[in-house]
Design a protein around this ligand. Structure first.
Ligand code: FEO
Length: 174
């Protein structure tokens, strides 16, 4: 059983995770168009991850006799100023998701909903890892520089980071 209030909050999180999936899909397409195959693979995999984050909440709501709602599709940006600006936007979005998860955790405690509190701990951990991953990429971009001569090296670095992340998940790296 879950309260209407908590169910509404979790549906809000479904929308945020779903939007992240679409945002990263749009970014992957932009990267591919720029010839940044490594960045594209990384973002396609992240997009899949976000969809998985969304579906986990669907399953949870079903388990606690709640109702998960498929969110409206909001159009994400389609063009990006640079690869650096793109990853800054990814990092900012992950910070927004972390803030939202933290608020949900606080609300679950206020509601004495320990089941949802426990469920959300997985997301707390995941957000810590995702923020760290995006910071690693931004640090690499700052070190390499993001002028036209640097894009090849940025792409190789992101490709390597993607392969590591995929291996850690037991996946194929997109
Ligand atoms: Fe599921 Fe990266 O937020």
């Amino acid at each position: 059983m879950i309260s209407d209030k908590m169910q509404k909050e979790l549906n809000g999180q479904i929308a945020l995770e779903g939007y992240a999936s679409y945002l990263y899909l749009s970014m992957a397409s932009w990267c591919r168009h720029q010839g940044l195959e490594g960045c594209a693979r990384f973002l396609y995999r992240q997009s899949d991850e976000e969809r998985m984050h969304m579906l986990k909440i669907f399953d949870y709501l079903d388990e606690v006799d709640g109702r998960a709602l498929a969110p409206a599709i909001k159009q994400p940006p389609q063009d990006f100023e640079s690869v650096r600006s793109l990853f800054e936007q990814v990092y900012a979005h992950e910070q927004k998701v972390s803030t939202s998860i933290n608020k949900l955790v606080t609300k679950s405690l206020k509601e004495d909903d320990h089941s949802t509190y426990n469920f959300l701990q997985w997301y707390v951990e995941e957000q810590r890892e995702e923020e760290a991953l995006m910071r690693t990429i931004l640090d690499k971009i700052r070190l390499i520089g993001d002028g036209p001569q640097s894009l090849y090296y940025i792409d190789k670095e992101v490709e390597a980071i993607n392969a590591q992340a995929a291996a850690a998940e037991g996946g194929q790296g997109a």
